[in-house]
Design a protein around this ligand. Structure first.
Ligand SMILES: Cc1cc2nc3c(=O)[nH]c(=O)nc-3n(C[C@H](O)[C@H](O)[C@H](O)COP(=O)(O)O)c2cc1C
Length: 219
C-alpha cells in the first residue's frame, strides 16, 4: 500500500533487447532504494511497452496509443526518475529516446539520475548524452550517478553484486540527492506555475499494479 506522503521513484530499464543485462542493475538498485526508505519504488521495464517509434502528430487532442497511455500513467505518478541505460555505440538506447520523446509533462520538474553500464567507460557517454535532453522539460539532472565499468564483473549469476559494500555508497548518494529534490519539486509543481511551459504538467497517483493488468483493471 503506497504511503501518501512518500515520493515515488520510478526506476526505468532502458534496454529492451533479448538477453539484456539491464534488469540486473535495475533490480539491485530497486533493492537499495527500498532499503534506503525515502521512496515508494516503481520498477518500470520498457520491454513491457510497445511504444511506437512513429511519434504523435500535431493534434493535441488525438488519443495516444494504448501503451503510451499506460506508460504515461506510471511516469505521471513518479516524483523522481533513475534511468538505467546501456551504452550502444557510445550513447543510450533508442528505446529510451522513444520513451522520452512520447512525454513532456510527465518528466517536467522532477529530479533525474542515471545508472549506466558498459566496458571500460562504464557507459558514461550515455549519461552525458542523456543529461543534454532533460533541460527541455525542464527536469533536474542531479550531480550523483552510478557507472558500472566492465559490468559483467560486478554481479554474480544470481544478479547479486559481487561487492555490495562498494556499490552501496554511490547508490546512497543518488538516493539522498533525489530525496532532497523530489518533495521540493512535487510541492512546487502543485503550488507554483512554472514560467513558459507550453504543455500541461502531468501528476498522478501511483498504481503500477493496475497498469500491469490493464484488462483486469478495465473489466
Ligand atoms: C549495438 C551495440 C553497441 C554497443 N556499443 C558499445 C559501446 O560503444 N561501448 C561499450 O562499452 N559497449 C558497447 N556495447 C556492449 C554493451 O555494453 C553490452 O552489450 C551490454 O550488455 C548492453 O546492455 P543490455 O544487455 O542491457 O542491452 C554495445 C552493444 C550493442 C548491442
Amino acid at each position: 500500500m503506497p504511503t501518501p506522503d512518500k515520493p515515488t521513484l520510478a526506476i526505468i530499464i532502458g534496454s529492451i533487447r533479448p538477453d539484456r543485462f539491464g534488469p540486473t542493475p535495475a533490480a539491485w538498485f530497486a533493492y537499495e532504494a527500498q532499503r534506503h526508505g525515502a521512496f515508494e519504488i516503481d520498477l518500470i521495464d520498457l520491454a513491457d511497452y510497445d511504444l511506437p517509434m512513429e511519434l504523435a502528430g500535431n493534434d493535441p487532442h488525438a488519443e495516444p496509443p494504448t501503451d503510451v497511455a499506460r506508460l504515461g500513467r506510471r511516469l505521471a505518478a513518479a516524483d523522481a526518475f533513475v534511468l538505467v541505460t546501456p551504452v550502444y555505440n557510445r550513447s543510450y538506447s533508442a528505446a529510451l529516446k522513444t520513451a522520452i520523446d512520447w512525454f513532456y509533462g510527465e518528466w517536467a520538474l522532477r529530479p533525474v539520475s542515471f545508472i549506466s553500464y558498459g566496458g571500460t567507460t562504464g557507459g558514461l557517454t550515455s549519461i552525458e548524452h542523456l543529461r543534454g535532453i532533460f533541460p527541455e522539460f525542464p527536469s533536474v539532472t542531479v550531480k550523483n550517478f552510478i557507472s558500472l565499468p566492465d559490468f559483467w564483473t560486478r554481479f554474480d549469476h544470481d544478479g547479486h553484486p559481487v561487492d555490495s559494500e562498494a556499490l552501496r555508497p554511490p547508490a546512497t548518494a543518488v538516493l539522498d540527492e533525489l530525496a532532497w529534490w523530489a518533495p521540493l519539486l512535487r510541492r512546487a509543481r502543485s503550488t507554483r506555475p512554472y514560467p513558459g511551459l507550453d504543455f500541461a504538467l502531468a501528476d498522478g497517483q501511483a498504481s503500477p499494479a493496475a497498469d500491469l493488468a490493464p484488462a483486469a483493471a478495465e473489466a
